[in-house]
Design a protein around this ligand. Structure first.
Ligand code: FAQ
Length: 311
């Protein structure tokens, strides 16, 4: 690569300029973006499954309508992000192939099962809460199409977070059985939510370069810390207990100390060994196969339209 081009590129990034699809960029920058944006897209798409599981069993029509809208938003986010990645020269088919063959990752969090209705509350509160924490800074990521996609995505995520917290409020103030369900969901989703932010900074191979290129604006540990600090008072308000005996305010650092994350579990889930990883991939592959006739019909329709236009 031409050192003058690299230098000019680095200067633009350092000046907080957006890089646009037709601009020159280093190969590794392009690759990192395709990796991160496509994995982000896959997470949105696979992320529809745990909640989709509860649409038919939502406890009221109101809850059902809200959940349906949320899951639909996630499909929209996925498609938005695939489009952003396509501007880097990769095709939708390549990305989806990579997901289905197990080559591409998606967030570890979606490999855990949703066992009760309270899990839908906990996902909105914690999983969308963590997603917002990670995605708000990405509105200033250096690649223009990704940054712009994040603006709308973040607005919708904050509605998602509130709908989850509102479910938790209802359960936490409900019957003893409902309170128990809420606490149980918090117990099961807390640690996996902390893992969403990725490995610790000293074990995160991509962070340093992605921070320099302003793809990432904050490190994994910085975002995780902010998430813990914001979420603890929310748990207190619900009267629920975060399942971490080491969680305590540290006056000196102006943040909470928290217990050791089980990184063995994290890496096992990243390797595809999560509790419901196999079901998730099977569901995605089946949806893709079942939708083949729709793609074929759309392509045939377009071919006919073009033939007519040419005639
Ligand atoms: N799961 O060097 P780093 C949502 C991988 S929110 C799986 O630190 P990086 C909304 C990582 O890819 C969830 N893999 O990597 C929603 C890398 O492997 P690679 C999606 C993980 O990229 C809510 C390796 O470990 N959000 O979907 C995870 O600098 C509710 C080393 O890690 C995003 O994707 C993990 N948790 O930092 C939907 C946000 N963590 O690729 C439905 C955008 C790390 O080299 C319902 N992404 N790995 O083979 C990011 O901000 C970053 O990519 C990180 C990872 C922070 C996820």
């Amino acid at each position: 690569e031409d050192p003058a081009l690299v230098e000019a590129f680095e200067a633009r990034v350092a000046a907080d300029e957006f890089i646009e699809p037709k601009d020159w960029m280093p190969d590794a920058y392009r690759k990192t973006l395709v990796r991160q944006i496509s994995q982000h897209a896959h997470s949105e798409i696979v992320g529809m499954l745990p909640e989709g599981n509860w649409i038919t069993r939502a406890p009221s029509l109101r809850r059902k309508a809200i959940l349906l809208a949320k899951v639909q938003d996630e499909a929209g986010h996925g498609l938005y992000l695939y489009c952003a990645a396509e501007t880097l020269g990769t095709s939708r088919e390549q990305m989806i192939d990579a997901l289905h063959s197990g080559k591409a990752k998606y967030s570890t969090i979606f490999n855990y099962p949703t066992l009760t209705w309270a899990d839908i509350g906990a996902i909105g509160w914690l999983v969308d809460g963590a997603a917002i924490m990670n995605q708000v800074p990405l509105q200033r990521t250096s690649y223009g199409p990704y940054a712009r996609a994040m603006v709308r995505v973040c607005k919708e995520e904050s509605f998602h977070q509130r709908q989850g917290y509102e479910i938790m409020i209802a359960l936490a103030n409900g019957t003893p059985e409902q309170r128990r369900m809420a606490q149980d969901a918090l117990n099961r989703w807390w640690w996996p939510s902390l893992m969403m932010f990725g490995p610790p900074d000293d074990n995160s191979p991509n962070t340093e370069r992605s921070m320099r290129w302003r793809i990432k604006r904050e490190t994994n540990d910085e975002l995780r810390q902010k998430f813990v600090d914001i979420t603890k008072p929310q748990a207190d308000y619900l009267g629920l207990t975060i399942p971490d005996a080491a969680l305590a305010w540290n006056e000196e650092k102006g943040g909470h100390d928290y217990g050791e994350i089980d990184w063995e579990e994290f890496y096992a889930v990243v390797r595809g060994e999560g509790p419901v990883a196999r079901e998730r991939m099977e569901a995605r592959r089946k949806a893709w196969d079942d939708g083949a006739w729709v793609r074929d019909a759309a392509a045939a329709h377009e071919a006919k339209r073009q033939a007519k236009a040419a005639a």
